[in-house]
Design a protein around this ligand. Sequence first.
Ligand code: AMP
Ligand code: GLY
Length: 444
Amino acid sequence: MDRILLVGNGGREHAIARAIKRSRISHELYAFMEAKNPGIAKLCKGFFIGKTTDARLVGKFAVNKKIDLCVVGPEAPLDAGVVDELEKYGIGCAGPTKSGARMETDKGFTRELLEKYRVRGSPAAGVFTDAKDASEFIDSLGKPVVVKPAGLTGGKGVKIVGEQLKDSSEAKEYAKEVLVKGVGGLRKVVVEEKLEGEEFSLQAFVSGRKVIGTPMVQDHKRAFANDQGPNTGGMGSYSDSGYILPFLRQEDYDDGLSIMKASVEAFRKETGEDYRGFLYGGFMVTKDGVKLLEYNARLGDPEAMNILSVIKSDFLEILERIVDGTLKDASFDKKATVCKYLVPEGYPVSPKKNELIEVDESAIERSGAVLYYASVNESDGKIYTSSSRTAGLVGIAETIENAERIAESAVRFVKGKLFYREDIGTKALIQKRIDHMKKIRGHL
Ligand code: AMP
Ligand code: GLY
């Protein structure tokens, strides 16, 4: 009997738990969560509520439950060294060490790594610890830039000229602020040329030299329909019935995956360590090809809900193969998926927390959609919102359009002070992406 520990309690982790439970390998699942996610709790033999960044506490729980394998969902526990701690006890982890997690937690490390090993796909970029050097670089580029704190900012640190920054003098000011305040915990800033194109997320299972790609997904960062409003953790996402999104091409996928393979190899050469776990590349397809915007050392949230809803391979077996280095391949049902996140009113600026929600789980099941609880807390059998995204609804069908209808039809079964984006996965939105890509590639 394999004893598995899942760390985290969001929608991504509910999807991980559900995929593990479908395994034919005999197992018991435990969870270490920051709040009681009722979906995960129901799938577990036992769980503990505590800080997931308290590596020693996670270690204690794992030892106590005689855990064989641990899978870590979010970046914060990876950054806090949860994997390093568990490995001390001989517990195998599907997730990188603190050192491996730098692919996400230190954007400066990653850009320099890719440059040193001549991995293609980076925009013109510089990494700075001195504000004057950053300013000079902004001037020398002579075009709009993007300023990124090197450390973790929960997706809220990146600022772009023409969006959050008016011009290059505001970009310089922001770069200086990042260095003075240590935004994201590091006094280091990455400045990049601003790119234009369509973004895609490519998530991979990684074990040392083996990097297995999964279907492309597109997330939607803006809070409101038509990509309006403030940036969020992601309001919803879709994938198509093959690996490729309707507005992108096989070669975009191949380029993304080969950049990821080269990056994992560069990491191994640089550190002498094997990278294990998940690696998720945020890419943009531009007129000059596929460019890497960032890496995450984990699955995406919501993107994990797309791919894990249609994974055909035994996911627990994949986790075991990630740990023991025998990863071979992964297959997925040829189905499109659309995930819509319901989020608290006021999210992301001032989300209405601790609000009661009512979920008709059996009606959702009848609608054909899959429900993933996210940032909620169950107490005395009632479910309350928390400050982040509340619940994801995933529709699965032959086409994105039909998957969208299924997700949409289930929305009314989650009641509370919530909102969501009606446009994600609609024909009109996909057409907009197609037109945009045609323009970018110069075919209009
Ligand atoms: P990151 O955290 O690096 O993925 O950045 C967050 C978001 O900022 C991305 O999803 C993009 O929408 C945008 N972004 C990041 N880098 C660039 C870039 N070089 N050019 C244009 N947009 C970017
Ligand atoms: N979908 C955005 C993220 O997981 O970072």
